[in-house]
Design a protein around this ligand. Structure first.
Ligand code: SF4
Length: 471
């Protein structure tokens, strides 16, 4: 089993898709970094092949753009997202990629190949091929296995495997046992494990950076109007919704102050419901516009966790910012359990693997910081997934917009409901365990028709009565 850090699950990146944008971007970057000056000096052509789901929804998910950005050497964590179009356009104009100061012929329209058939190992496979002057070539195969994780053919899955954790966890039952043996909370166990990966200062800094990125993303989404790219003419709604909700409140340019103003509003159920939906829409509209988001556990589902976390900070009594850490640690561990026991890739398991997992993570995180015991935390995670089982992936036009954006609002509300139910239950009497539901999710994923696994070949993606974009 994999040894995963919480920061493998929460990654700062660029939208719209962790498996179709972030993963291919990282693969291309890895390829670029693997080439020395001498080898590159002998290259005359570079080609990229996108297979299976990466081909079927790759245009809508910006896979071609991501690959170009990776080949150019840009880091998805730090790149100025406002300049992505310029960087990519330059490659189209120049028809070359420069590495080690040597340009090589690369015309994206003819050198990025969309091949709809699947390669054996994973539906999200990409190959990068370089041809040398002496007619030999080198071909590298990568798999984007969900949540921005990549694997390379014939390579181990990274050094996280070799790390010895004080509390090795493959199943929810093991996690629960550690909390019982040590009389501690789930976040305490996860924190001890996390310390095996990095020093405490680094953990705290990274958590602060994740929260800050989430908050900035929500704030930007709530303050940006217009139409999303891609051709579906989807209007951004978080701007309108937040403007209506803030009508009587002082406007501000500062996200923290903005949050403070929301907190001080009168909180009718309907207002809370609208704000939570608005937070989720804001993130996924930013995601659809190639904005900076935190993959949690994927980009398509990146709005659920921030919406639930901000729900806690704005609307729950005695909410403390210091609880953000416990929330991130707990929800990250639940994401790891799904990655190990099932999948977080929609190309493998449909949307239950994205929105279902994010909702389960958020439900657990919220229950932890609302004072739930470990059994209740796991029960909340189980309830949230139980009611996403079988959820298909059918993005219209291959874009991460419909149904994806609204689906985040639904995932967030289900997480809050799951937490409420768990907190008011005797979790020792729960009939379905989190391990049961993870196993069920995995079996459902395996039985699911391929049409419903991020191929845009079934469901809403083919039953739309309006004109769809050419991509
Ligand atoms: S339908 Fe769900 S899984 Fe599919 S792209 Fe949209 S958010 Fe991701």
């Amino acid at each position: 089993m994999e040894r995963l850090s919480v920061f493998d699950i929460f990654k700062i990146g660029v939208g719209p898709s962790s498996s179709h944008t972030l993963g291919p971007w990282k693969a291309a970057l890895d390829f670029r970094n693997s080439i020395g000056p001498e080898e590159w000096s002998k290259v005359h052509t570079l080609e990229v092949f996108l297979y299976g789901s990466l081909s079927k929804t790759g245009k809508g998910h910006g896979t071609d753009i991501a690959v170009i950005m990776g080949l150019l050497g840009h880091d998805p964590v730090t790149v100025n997202t406002a300049k992505i179009n310029d960087f990519v356009q330059e490659v189209y104009n120049e028809e070359s990629i420069s590495i080690h100061d040597k340009p090589v012929y690369f015309a994206p329209n003819t050198h990025i190949h969309f091949e709809p058939f699947e390669k054996e190992y994973h539906p999200n496979t990409l190959e990068i091929l370089i041809r040398f002057n002496d007619n030999t070539h080198r071909r590298e195969q990568y798999y984007s296995v969900g949540g921005g994780f990549i694997e390379k053919q014939n390579q181990s899955k990274g050094n996280a495997h070799s790390i010895e954790l004080p509390f090795p966890i493959d199943r929810a039952s093991e996690l629960l046992n550690y909390t019982i043996q040590n009389k501690c909370a789930i976040s305490d166990v996860v924190y001890e494990n996390e310390k095996a990966f990095r020093p405490e200062d680094a953990i705290n800094t990274q958590i602060a950076s994740i929260y800050d990125t989430m908050l900035q993303c929500v704030y930007r989404g709530c303050h940006t109007e217009g139409i999303l790219p891609g051709g579906l003419s989807v209007t951004r709604r978080a701007y309108t919704l937040s403007s209506q909700l803030m009508e009587l409140t002082k406007s501000t340019n500062n996200p923290e102050e903005w949050l403070h103003n929301i907190k001080n509003q009168k909180h009718a159920f309907n207002t809370i419901n609208k704000w939570v939906s608005c937070f989720a829409l804001a993130v996924n509209e930013e995601n659809a516009a190639f904005g900076r988001v935190v993959t949690s556990p994927t980009n398509g589902a990146a709005g659920v966790i921030p919406a639930v976390l901000l729900y806690y900070l704005c609307f729950c009594d005695n909410a403390q910012e210091s609880d953000i850490k416990k929330f991130i640690l707990t929800s990250g561990e639940i994401g790891s359990l799904f990655k190990k026991g099932a999948t977080i890739s929609a190309a493998v398991g449909g949307c239950q693997a994205e929105i279902g997992v994010s909702s389960s993570m958020a439900a657990a995180g919220l229950t932890e910081i609302l004072g739930g015991n470990p059994q209740q935390v796991l029960m909340a995670a189980e309830i949230a997934m139980e009611h996403h089982l079988g959820l298909t992936c059918d993005p219209i036009g291959g874009l991460v917009q419909i149904p994806c954006i609204e689906r985040n609002a639904m995932g967030a509300m289900k997480a809050i409901t799951a937490s409420t139910l768990a907190l008011s239950s005797d979790a020792n009497r729960a009939i379905v365990s989190l391990d049961d539901v993870i196993k069920t999710m995995w079996e459902t994923a395996q039985d699911m028709n391929n049409k419903y696994k991020e191929t845009a070949e079934g469901g809403l993606a083919i039953n739309l009565s309006v004109i769809q974009p050419s991509c």
